[in-house]
Design a binder for this molecule. Structure first.
Ligand SMILES: N[C@@H](CCC(=O)O)C(=O)O
Length: 362
């Protein structure tokens, strides 16, 4: 008889599916992503640490998996980090046969090689509707043995995915950017390096004020932002100075917390590549790539800060900026990967601000 595998929710709902990837049990927070493409990028995005990812695109696996070991300029060429970060993957139709010019293996084989279970043959749109109505919930994938539910948001996931030592890219360039790695996606490094700057990637709790640098970047990352106390304290010190600061996703939340704002958990988060955001004060809308469960409460921002972008679906805060200093942060992902690149220009604006700062302080 063919093996089966179950997705079990905390409220008792059990959904039986077919296994692919590793035949093993796991637990985490169940989240859904409605993007039509980008499963390789999502699976390796460190912000998904501790989560069981439900992808609602009807067919997954059809374009295979590229070489996850291939490197360009010291970062994985095709992936967003050096390993699969999700705890498990749940999809509707699994395409075991793949066809794409850069694919080297099947999705199922790749999951198996990293001991990550997959469930297919389930109604992922029903699961998305359930999570939208009830909110994010814990769940588990049960193969041969049962496991306990696990809440990743109680753990310091950032410490697990951050680099352990300082890494420099494009060393010797004129402009030096400190990148606080809370679980950085590789495309953020690519977006900075391709603009000709040196990137000094430091661990999440590193005291970067000991370094010689011109601009500060705070990365994306997993879990509850309020747990990143050392990072928040370091950013608090930086906010007193004049160096340009740019933060993405968790970076937006950490800069906001350091400034004195608060964060809260959204009912089910934003995870897709078609989230519309409005640049406050204009009628300009950008389509953005997103992956987050928490948000900044902009109903009471600290003095000097104002809302940068607003989500046009639910009105939530999509970033803040300082009224007089070159400090701005966004909840969405301007580096995309996969997703729309409408807002990649924010990297250019950041580097321009850093250049201005550097020449004014030369
Ligand atoms: N972990 C945070 C940030 C996600 C990210 O940086 O991608 C959240 O879920 O809201």
């Amino acid at each position: 008889m063919d093996k089966t595998i179950k997705l079990v929710f905390q409220d008792g709902l059990e959904i039986e599916g077919k296994p692919f990837g590793a035949y093993t049990s796991t637990a985490g927070e169940v989240v859904f992503n409605t993007a039509m493409v980008g499963y390789n990028e999502s699976l390796t995005d460190p912000s998904y640490k501790g989560q069981i990812l439900v992808m609602t695109a009807p067919m997954i696996g059809n374009y295979g998996v590229p070489d996850d070991k291939a490197m360009i300029d010291s970062v994985e060429e095709w992936m967003e980090s050096n390993q699969i970060q999700v705890k498990g993957l749940v999809i509707s139709y699994y395409a075991d046969d793949y066809s794409h010019w850069n694919a080297v293996q099947k999705l199922g084989a790749w999951l198996k090689s990293q001991n990550i279970p997959g469930v297919y043959g389930v109604d992922t749109r029903m699961i998305a509707k359930k999570l939208r109505e009830q909110g994010s919930t814990l769940g588990k994938i049960v193969a041969d043995t049962d496991v306990d539910f696990y809440n990743p948001n109680l753990d310091n996931l950032v410490a697990q995915v951050s680099c352990k030592e300082v890494i420099r890219y494009n060393e010797g360039a004129d402009i030096r950017i400190v990148l606080v790695d809370c679980g950085v996606k590789n495309n953020i490094i690519r977006c900075l390096v391709s603009r000709g700057v040196e990137v000094i990637r430091v661990p999440w709790d590193y005291n970067y004020e000991t370094l010689d640098y011109d601009g500060l970047f705070i990365s994306n990352g997993p879990g509850d932002p309020a747990l990143c106390v050392p990072t928040i304290n370091h950013i608090g010190e930086s906010l007193k100075g004049d160096k340009p600061i740019f933060g993405i996703c968790l970076g937006n939340q950490l800069v906001s917390l350091a400034a004195g704002a608060s964060t809260y958990k959204l009912k089910y988060g934003h995870r897709s590549h078609n989230q519309p955001v409005q640049l406050v004060g204009t009628k300009r809308c950008f389509i953005t790539s997103q992956n987050h469960g928490y948000a900044v409460d902009d109903s009471k921002l600290p003095e000097g800060f104002t809302t940068f972008f607003t989500n046009l679906n639910d009105g939530t805060c999509e970033g803040i900026r300082h009224e007089s200093k070159p400090i701005f942060t966004v909840q969405f992902h301007p580096e995309a990967m996969g997703g729309s690149i409408d807002t990649e220009y924010l990297f250019d604006e950041f580097i321009e601000e850093v250049k201005k700062y550097k020449s004014a302080n030369a």
